[in-house]
Design a protein around this ligand. Structure first.
Ligand SMILES: NC(=O)C1=CN([C@@H]2O[C@H](COP(=O)(O)OP(=O)(O)OC[C@H]3O[C@@H](n4cnc5c(N)ncnc54)[C@H](O)[C@@H]3O)[C@@H](O)[C@H]2O)C=CC1
Ligand SMILES: O=C1[C@@H](O)[C@H](O)[C@@H](O)[C@H](O)[C@H]1O
Length: 333
């Protein structure tokens, strides 16, 4: 039987998820679509040829014909919609971040713990990206010894004017926080944020450089440059005792012209992480069909938000800030 998904928010990400669910996920159907802008909802439903357009988010969540909910609305709406999903006892794939603050994430955790069952998966899709998965397997093989440092680079082509340095931390760098915790299988315990001189004509978000320490003694460096101009570029290199493992972005061709050998950059995250979004959606639907949960949990969403909150304190005055997490409930151990 098909898992009937209701989608909340069909802008850049929600429309991409809708296309993926409609065409690349066996066992899933797009059942209903809500967007604060009904024209967008109608356009996406027409494009994918599925999904009843509804005009109320809560009605969609509580609709008996919707089995699971995908939240792809703006960050500040995630908590309420996810809580409504839990209240309706429905699996929720919530885009990152779970919420802009750790306090809000803890509300979601409290609701899930009360229910006694994991329903929430956070859209930290890099955990499904074949290059990060291979890096983790390489580390687990033990061939390179243990990890000492993890260098992460996160560059976007351009950020809108409202995307300030705080968002570089709690909207962009959260991906790096999540993947570093997952890669090193360790919590991050301290963060210091540095800022170089701003690039001319760049948005207020560009760039930030973060140094984090893990509970098991590794250092993690993160550069976020949301106005890097040349392309969408995510890099990672894990430095181990006996070698390093670096990510290679997926590429199928190189162009040779005008005396230059070149590989194209994507304009944004969708081509770079196309496999990750697809594999994430497939794993989500498979887990729902089996009555289990997979991927980043609400706890992982909380941890990333707690690191971001400490990062914002450090951003304000440059000092090192300790990251303290609440006690992890048994549901997430
Ligand atoms: N996992 C990833 O790599 C990425 C995740 N994101 C996350 O996805 C979410 C959406 O981002 P984008 O698609 O880029 O934004 P967007 O602005 O393109 O789309 C958001 C959509 O939500 C609608 N909306 C606003 N309030 C709503 C509400 N209360 N209920 C339902 N719909 C509502 C808007 O009308 C718009 O169509 C954000 O939380 C963002 O952080 C964004 C980009 C990549
Ligand atoms: O999640 C995302 C955006 O919200 C964020 O703003 C970008 O910096 C990331 O690269 C993208 O994956």
């Amino acid at each position: 039987m098909s898992v009937r998904v209701g989608i909340l928010g069909v802008g850049v990400m929600g429309s991409d998820h809708a296309r993926i669910l409609a065409t690349q996920v066996p066992g899933a159907t797009v059942q209903a679509i809500y967007d604060a802008d009904p024209k967008r909802a109608k356009a996406v439903a027409a494009e994918i040829g599925a999904g009843t357009v509804v005009t109320d988010a809560l009605a969609l969540i509580n609709d008996a014909s919707v089995d699971a909910v995908l939240v792809a609305s703006p960050d500040q709406t995630h908590k309420e919609l996810t809580l409504a999903g839990i209240a309706a006892n429905k699996p929720v794939l919530c885009e990152k971040p779970l919420a802009p603050t750790p306090a809000e994430c803890l509300e979601v955790i409290a609701a899930e713990v009360k229910l006694g069952r994991r329903l929430v998966q956070i859209g930290y899709m890099r955990r499904f990206d074949p290059s990060y998965v291979e890096m983790k397997a390489g580390l687990a093989s033990g061939r390179l010894g243990s990890a000492l440092m993890f260098h992460c680079i996160h560059r976007n082509v351009a950020a809108p004017d409202w995307f300030d340095s705080k968002m570089a931390v709690n909207n962009s760098a959260v991906h790096e926080f999540d993947i570093a915790r997952w890669m090193l299988d360790a919590e991050l315990v301290g963060i210091t944020v540095f800022r170089p001189k701003p690039a001319k004509g760049s948005s207020p978000g560009a760039p930030v450089f973060l140094m984090l320490e893990s509970a098991t003694g590794q250092l993690v460096t993160v550069e976020v440059f949301n106005d890097a101009a040349y392309g969408y570029d995510v890099r990672g290199e894990l430095v181990c005792e006996k070698g390093t493992i670096a990510l290679r972005a997926p590429t199928r061709t190189e162009t040779n012209a005008e005396l230059i050998q070149g590989i194209a950059y994507p304009a944004d995250w969708r081509p770079r992480f196309a496999d990750a979004y697809r594999l994430q959606a497939q794993a989500w639907v498979k887990a729902i069909a089996r009555g289990t949960a997979t991927g980043a949990s609400a706890w992982d969403g909380y941890a990333a938000a707690a690191i971001a909150e400490a990062g914002l304190l450090s951003l304000a005055d440059g000092r090192r800030v300790e990251i303290r997490l609440a006690d992890r409930p048994p549901l997430y151990r």
